[in-house]
Design a protein around this ligand. Sequence first.
Ligand code: HEM
Length: 142
Amino acid sequence: MKLVAGTFAIALVACGLSSTGALAQRSLYDRLGGQPAITAVVDDFVANVAADNRINKFFAKTNIPNLKRNLVDQICQATGGPCTYTGRDMKTAHKGMGITDADFNALVEDLQKSLNKFKVPDKEQGELLSILGSLKPQIVGQ
Ligand code: HEM
């Protein structure tokens, strides 16, 4: 009985540590709020892009529901979630569009607006933007 109680106490401490991040860090996917939160952010983000006269011309012929699904899968997978991105690679998807630094920054601004609207904390925003920012060389200037 003593052993059982002792083990239980250790398990409790381990859980406490892990939930404060001292032992294990939850995935960015979980910290963002999982699939429902990512879907809500992507919906709002794509609406921002559609209303953004700096860059919406790029999306004139795009199948928007398809784009949203691909974005959700891409973000889910890249942040450690249980999804598989099945869209094109970033180089192929943006080939020949002539996307500039300014276009890229405008799109990131539209995303940040949505992240702020849904009150995603600075730390998680920074992690997500750094993951997506690392794709920039494959997207801009081709
Ligand atoms: C980190 C930044 C970006 C990410 C993560 C991203 C991601 C994606 C993804 C996942 C797709 C779908 C690929 C597919 O259909 O197979 C896509 C398509 C597209 N992206 Fe991006 N993108 C980024 C930046 C940009 C920028 C800056 C522009 C232009 C201002 C842009 C314009 C487009 C367009 C127009 C499509 C649709 C192409 C089509 O209709 O076939 N993207 N992007």
